[in-house]
Design a protein around this ligand. Structure first.
Ligand code: GUN
Length: 290
């Protein structure tokens, strides 16, 4: 079994981005600029946003954090988004999810200008991705693709089973794996909450990508010998032995599944850091497109 080390791989990508940014700055041009909108104070979101801002600093991007109260009304948030769309000093921005219940996710996503949508969530970018046209790819699935690519995992003709159909991970992940690209060219099965006998499908997976948010629910008996297992789950589970009071758990029972597979991502240190690297790559590409 070999680890798919997202931490190390993402650091290599960040180093490569930094080299490009240094060249840009040496030419006397402005730095790429990412803005992050955080509504409310969900602790996990605060951590993710903090990591994104820190990564910007590391590669030499300019970053702007816009913190808004969770009492903000939808119209005011949409107006903030309009300002960011119109800001010519900005290459891209994201609105961290989850959003408070009184705000419509789809209204927010639709309000983001597709050319600044470095999260790749706008219907125009999702459609372009599905059709293999140039698009911002959503950060988490794109991170998984880059990880498979860096480890030279053969995907063509393989059976990829994606567990989960969320708009952020499962659905775009399945599209990226089925496209006529490298990595890609898989036969793809999507399992979700209404799938009957999930194990029947997961046992057929050469590549199993798990994004259900169900803590440690994928067990060794569900995985084929020699499979490649990618665990997108990252849930805070209360743990009194930790200083923080919690540990981070994936969707896969790592210790038992690792014995069976050829490659597996750890949690933390697997897909999570790759997500951030992808977001920065999208931002750099947005900058270059201008
Ligand atoms: N919440 C969980 N993942 C993501 C992501 O990739 N982007 C945003 N904006 N919010 C998220």
């Amino acid at each position: 079994m070999q680890l798919l080390d997202g931490k190390k791989t993402s650091e290599t990508i960040l180093d490569e981005i930094k080299v490009e940014v240094d060249k840009i700055l040496q030419q006397g041009k402005r730095a790429p600029h990412l803005a992050v909108v955080l509504v409310g104070n969900n602790p996990a979101s605060e951590t993710y946003v903090g990591s994104k801002i820190k990564a910007c600093e590391r590669v030499g991007f300019k970053s702007t954090l816009i913190k808004l109260p969770d009492t903000i009304d939808e119209a005011t948030l949409l107006n903030e988004i309009k300002k960011l769309n119109d800001d010519t000093t900005l290459d891209g921005f994201i609105v961290q999810s989850p959003l408070p219940k009184h705000i419509s996710d789809s209204k927010v996503i639709n309000a983001i200008s597709p050319d600044k949508d470095v999260d790749g969530f706008h219907p125009e970018n999702v459609g372009r991705m599905a059709l293999s046209m140039p698009a911002y790819l959503p950060a988490t699935p794109y991170g998984v693709i880059q990880l498979l690519d860096k480890y030279k995992i053969e995907t063509s003709g393989k059976h990829c089973v994606v567990m989960g159909r969320s708009h952020i991970v499962g659905l775009p992940m399945s599209l990226l794996m089925v496209r006529n690209t490298t990595p890609g060219n898989c036969t793809v099965t999507i399992c979700h909450s209404k799938t009957k006998d999930v194990k029947k499908y997961t046992l057929q997976a050469d590549i199993l990508i798990v994004a259900t948010g169900q803590v440690e629910s994928v067990t060794a008996d569900m995985v084929k010998e020699g499979a490649v297992v990618v665990d997108v789950g990252i849930t805070r589970v209360p743990d009194a032995t930790k200083k923080s009071g919690y540990r981070l758990a994936g969707d896969v029972k790592f210790d038992e599944v690792a014995q069976k597979c050829s490659y597996i991502t750890p949690v933390p240190g697997g897909v999570g850091p790759m997500t951030i690297a992808s977001l920065l790559m999208n931002t750099l590409n947005g900058y270059k497109r201008k």
